[in-house]
Ligand binder design. Structure first.
Ligand code: NAG
Ligand code: NAG
Ligand code: NAG
Ligand code: NAG
Ligand code: NAG
Ligand code: NAG
Ligand code: NAG
Length: 627
């Protein structure tokens, strides 16, 4: 023992330790919390109170509620009303934080506020510590006069140091039981993010922390204040590594030092990133479970909980379907990667018009097809977030909604439960828009009667069938895979990183099965189709932005179990309705799928809001059943 002791001391003399806190965890009234390491303020005026409050406990951080009073007469009724408002509007606050109260008011800094609380607060029993002890000198028989104590700190639950008076934000901890996240994050004071260092029990999964909603107030500049955002792990966030769904990639590169433009816009609008979320590998379409070799596919909570969550924005889809504490997910859609997960996890999702937001700091699949969009349960938040993401590129200069509905492959009779819902929605949409009977169309038929000469008489499937796989395979391979392979080889004696079967098969198709410049021809075919679609099918309109809306069914709600065995994956060749928006650059939103002319995203968002307000679209709940 003695020898060990001596050698440890000797070691201590030569080691220069760098020690910093990465936060602390607490359980308050049975609920797990994380106290962030950076103080938001120091409340020196209450130092005495805090020291007396902490007597008899061996922890130096104690729960604190900052209360903001605007009445100037902080009565028992006001107190009760605040407690009930905080409880109702915030999942982070709980009565355990009333152990100490820091009262601020919205009047002038020198105002005197009467504080006639009396003994009424003892209903919170021994948990409650009111600031009376701090202000013993000003005790009045009818209450307390408090002056000059205003500090600019938002209301809500915090932890306060009994020793220094430093106040730390409180995060409630949740378990990612669906496996939707790759890392839990928390913001640093310099604008970068850190991994949340906390773990709680729950399905042997990651722990995610959410800050109190009471800290944030929506304003014109911060319309997303406090909105809890999950970001698909192909977007860079300063301070955090990006995995793109591949373990070797995650391991190879250091944490990013710049946040992707799209993500930064949401942060600037007030959103709080609570974590990175799962993507299938390099945003290629993978089927649960066998294709997901490097990371396990998230669980889709809908139905029996064992349905494929779709891909590639699987994490945002699974999380939005399951977690009340997650408001919105940022995903990406190249060939269906937002629409698929929205459809099967039961939420709204938008593939926007192509090119609305720069994709700097985002892993490329095909720059000609890649788009950034959202998955969410809340259509109002959806629109608000879109304004923050697309800024001036979201146009709302239509004067009324389109009055023409086209359908393709849409049910006409409610034979199944799912079809009945779709038929009912279509009829309500028709009367809401004051539209005539919807026109069923077949793209193949329209194409055969009006295809441009440039298509040389080819059918849609032969003209477009390999455009998508050629573009994603050749562009991703050139822009992303080759530099990754080279960097990996440099760091690992010339070796290749492990890659899942799906991206390997797709890249091989682009390299071996088509000519080296096939993407040039693919882009030509795409352009011809895009021009045809916008002149023959869904046309721009002065008054309604889009002359019509085209509805189709992206997913027919049939079971797709994650424990099925599939055949070997193959390149995503072929043409269908889900390829229309990538190839013609038009918006394609899920509620069910609705397509409009390019640039009419603002109109569809407004329509989703109006339909929700009219009770035609319903806000889905989290969990097994949507409604
Ligand atoms: C609590 O919320 C209600 C409803 O928003 C509001 O009228 C009331 O003023 C709030 N109470 C306090 C003390 O702010
Ligand atoms: C508190 O304020 C009242 C007037 O609002 C005043 O009469 C009283 O003297 C004050 N008490 C103290 C201790 O400052
Ligand atoms: C960010 O990282 C890149 C690549 O590691 C590096 O070249 C660049 O200098 C860094 N920028 C800053 C501002 O640190
Ligand atoms: C709007 O879209 C254009 C075309 O894609 C793009 O160049 C521009 O950066 C976008 N503007 C904003 C504010 O994102
Ligand atoms: C690609 O080429 C290989 C080798 O010629 C062939 O075995 C494979 O079936 C082709 N794949 C596709 C999707 O055409
Ligand atoms: C483009 O269309 C031509 C004409 O039908 C077709 O032969 C070719 O395979 C298409 N190429 C690509 C890359 O999509
Ligand atoms: C809407 O406004 C944008 C920019 O102000 C313009 O580019 C676009 O053509 C307009 N669309 C319609 C349908 O008027």
């Amino acid at each position: 023992m003695g020898r060990n002791f001596v050698s440890l001391l000797a070691l201590g003399a030569v080691v220069n330790a760098t020690i910093s806190s990465s936060g602390q965890t607490f359980v308050v009234n049975g609920i797990s919390y994380y106290a962030a390491p950076e103080a938001v303020t120091t409340i020196s005026a209450t130092a005495d109170m805090l020291i007396s409050a902490s007597k008899g406990t061996d922890i130096d951080l104690i729960p604190l509620t900052v209360m903001v009073d605007s009445s100037g007469q902080f009565t028992t009724d006001v107190f009760r009303s605040l407690v009930s408002n905080y409880t109702a509007s915030d999942d982070v606050f709980n009565a355990g934080f009333l152990q100490s109260i820091y009262l601020t008011h919205t009047g002038s800094a020198s105002a005197t506020v009467k504080y006639p609380l009396g003994a009424a607060l003892t209903e919170y029993g021994t948990q409650l510590f009111i600031p009376s002890r701090a202000y013993t000198s000003s005790v009045q028989s009818q209450g307390y006069n408090i002056t000059g104590w205003r500090t600019a700190i938002p209301a809500g639950p915090y932890f306060v140091s009994a020793i220094t008076g430093e106040v730390f934000r409180a995060y409630r901890l949740y378990s990612d039981v669906q496996g939707a996240f790759t890392e839990g994050l928390k913001p640093n004071s310099d604008g970068s993010y850190s991994i949340l260092s906390a773990a709680i029990p729950g399905a042997q999964s990651l722990t995610i922390g959410v800050p109190s909603k009471l800290y944030y107030t929506k304003t014109a500049e911060k319309p997303l204040a406090g909105v809890r955002l999950g970001v698909k792990d192909i977007y860079d966030i300063a301070g955090i590594k990006t995995s793109c769904g591949n373990r070797a990639y995650y391991d190879l590169y250091p944490p990013r030092n710049v946040t992707a433009v799209a993500v930064q816009r949401l942060i600037d609008a007030g959103a709080v990133i609570i974590g990175k979320m799962k993507t299938s590998q390099f945003a290629n379409g993978e089927t649960a479970t066998a294709d997901w070799v490097d990371y396990h596919s998230p669980f889709n909570i809908r139905g029996d909980g064992y349905q494929d969550p779709s891909s590639s924005s699987s994490g945002p889809g699974a999380g939005i379907g399951a977690y009340d504490w997650l408001d919105i997910g940022l995903g990406s859609d190249t060939g269906g990667s937002i629409r698929g997960p929205s459809e099967v996890n039961g939420c709204f999702g938008n593939r926007p018009s192509h090119g609305l937001v720069p994709l700097d700091g985002v892993m490329p699949l095909s720059p000609n097809l890649d788009t950034a969009g959202f998955l969410t349960r809340d259509p109002y938040l959806w629109h608000e977030a879109a304004k923050a993401l697309y800024l001036t590129n979201i146009t709302s200069n239509f004067t009324s909604f389109p009055k023409k509905i086209l359908t393709s492959g849409f049910p006409t009779t409610g034979d199944s439960e799912a079809d009945a819902i779709l038929v009912d929605f279509l009829s309500k949409l028709q009367s809401f828009l004051g539209a005539p009977t919807p026109t069923p169309i077949s793209l193949d038929t329209l194409w055969s009667s009006s295809a441009p000469a440039a298509a040389g008489g080819a059918s849609l499937s032969s003209y477009l069938g390999i455009v998508y796989p050629v573009l994603i395979a050749q562009q991703q391979y050139t822009l992303f895979t080759l530099p990754f392979y080279a960097d990996y080889a440099t760091a690992h004696d010339g070796r290749r990183p492990f890659i899942d079967p799906v991206p390997l098969i797709r890249w091989a198709f682009g390299q071996n099965n088509v000519s080296a410049d096939a993407s040039v021809q693919a882009l030509q075919n795409k352009t011809v189709f895009m021009d045809w679609f916008s002149s023959q099918v869904v046309l721009p309109s002065e008054e309604t932005c889009s002359d019509s809306v085209l509805l189709y069914v992206g997913s027919d709600a049939s079971p797709n179990y994650r424990n099925q065995y599939f055949s070997v994956p193959s390149p995503p060749t072929g043409f269908g309705l889900s390829r229309v928006s990538p190839l013609s650059e038009v918006p394609d939103f899920v509620f069910p799928n609705i397509i409009a002319a390019k640039g009419c995203d603002g109109m569809i968002f407004a329509l989703a809001e109006a339909l929700t307000t009219a009770g035609i679209l319903k806000v889905p709940k989290t969990g097994s059943l949507m409604y």
